[in-house]
Design a protein around this ligand. Structure first.
Ligand code: C2E
Ligand code: MG
Ligand code: MG
Length: 410
């Protein structure tokens, strides 16, 4: 477990504060500071050296409320991970959580009060990812140079990593999502969230996608030859969907590597389908006719209507991780998750949940009948060479994830 040495609990209710303080102590926090509102919290933070490891922030407080305190943390560049807590409805907590995240603030979780030991423990464990030695807001990422990106693609420096996808009932490996990774000699490891938008803007996304497809199809053929038949999911940028020749290009690559279209799923993000509907429809329909699977990625973050889902020949619905991780402790997320799964089942779609980080996430999805799961609990994206050894060492752990009803059926 991550060591959380000091916590500052900000809450106007003395009773709630005492409860949270006691919980923090029971989880090993050596120093637990208290504040009755945002102003007091800022005073404490001005004096505290080092800064606390974690803040627990109540939303409704007199003088300065939790939202104002969060804004002040940003203005004063106080980079301390925090939990947002409130006894009000889950949607309120979620909206503040989303607001803080959108501003790049280190929000660990949004939780309902009264806090439980399990919730706090979960937050303590997730806190580590925000703790940097200097506790300063990260510098904005430098722009990606178009020339350098083009060279990296041409020289094959952007390579596919593979994140395992498991059958949620049986715990068996079903496939993997292909995720692009770029390690540059000067820039170091560049995240796809940085170079994909750059590639789209600079006109390199076609070359990048073809390179990733080419490499991953070659890999699929190698795995097939060794008896490891995995369904591979490749992300397609919406920018590609207005090019009618895309269908023949993708089919050509699959043929060249001797990989059946049915082994490939193409993931398209929800928002992109709305933006590019006219042109995209024809391309998607033809890809489907050729036998490729089509997945609606990041479901829940855009504006899909049922009608749209029925109109586009999707085979799979991929539920965004913001509805998956933490749904077990948030009523509103749980309801959305369950309805998405119900709807998907009725439409005859495979349901994939992404962002499964904890066993609680996994068990809830199992209970709700989700088909396939992906997330850090199962495994992080990894280079091709690591997948088979990973499977070998992790098999016992994965077996233990299968549902009791599936034992013997797998
Ligand atoms: P995505 O398609 O939604 O992929 C899932 C993202 O969630 C991946 O981020 C993955 O590493 C991350 N992830 C997986 N499990 C967990 C988990 O348990 N918790 C959390 N917090 N995150 C998890 P990654 O690899 O950074 O990719 C980000 C996005 O970049 C992808 O989102 C996808 O939209 C895009 N991308 C990646 N590779 C390609 C590509 O080859 N082509 C295109 N067009 N887009 C790509
Ligand atoms: Mg995806
Ligand atoms: Mg996604």
């Amino acid at each position: 477990m991550i060591e959380i040495a000091s916590v500052l609990v900000v809450d106007d209710s003395a009773a709630q504060r005492m409860r949270t303080v006691a919980l923090c102590r029971s989880l090993g926090a050596m120093q637990v500071l208290e504040a009755g509102d945002g102003e007091q919290a800022l005073q404490q933070l001005a004096q505290a050296r080092p800064l606390p490891d974690l803040l627990v922030i109540d939303l409704e407080m007199p003088v300065m409320d939790g939202i104002e305190l969060i804004q002040q943390l940003r203005v004063r560049r106080l980079h301390v991970p925090f939990i947002v807590a409130s006894s009000r409805e889950g949607a309120l907590v979620s909206s503040v959580e989303v607001m803080a995240r959108a501003q790049g603030l280190p929000v660990v979780a949004g939780v309902r009060k009264p806090l439980s030991r399990a919730t706090l423990l979960d937050a303590f464990e997730r806190c580590g990812q925000f703790n940097t030695p200097q506790r300063e807001a990260p510098a904005p990422a430098a722009a990606i140079d178009a020339q350098r990106l083009a060279e990296a693609i041409a020289q094959g420096q952007i390579v596919p990593h593979y994140q395992p996808k498991l059958d949620i009932r049986t715990g068996l490996l079903r496939g993997a999502e292909v995720l692009a990774r770029w390690t540059d000699a000067q820039l170091g490891m560049v995240a796809p969230d940085r170079f994909i938008p750059a590639a789209e803007k600079q006109g390199h996304i076609h070359a990048l996608t073809m390179s990733i497809l080419d490499q991953s199809l070659a890999q699929a053929a190698r795995w097939n030859a060794r008896g490891l038949k995995l369904s591979l999911a490749v992300n397609l940028s919406p920018r590609l969907l207005d090019d009618a020749s895309l269908v023949d290009q993708i089919c050509g690559l699959a043929d060249r590597h001797g990989v059946a279209a049915s082994q490939i799923v193409l993931e398209i993000t929800e928002s992109s389908v709305v933006t590019y509907l006219g042109e995209a429809l024809g391309v998607l329909a033809r890809l489907r006719m050729r036998g490729f699977g089509l997945s609606l990625d990041d479901y829940g973050t855009g504006f899909s209507s049922m009608q749209q889902l029925a109109r586009i020949p999707f085979t799979e619905l991929k539920i965004d991780r913001s509805f998956v991780h933490g749904a077990h402790r948030q009523d509103n997320l749980r309801v959305i998750l369950q309805s998405a799964l119900d709807m998907s089942r009725r439409l005859g779609l495979v349901t994939v949940a992404e962002g499964i980080e904890t066993l609680e996430d996994w068990l809830l999805l199992q209970q709700f009948g989700c088909t396939v799961g992906q997330g850090w609990l199962i495994g992080k994206p990894m280079p091709a060479a690591e997948l088979r050894p990973w499977l070998k060492t992790q098999q016992p752990r994965l077996n233990a994830l299968r549902a009791p009803t599936a034992i013997g059926a797998a």
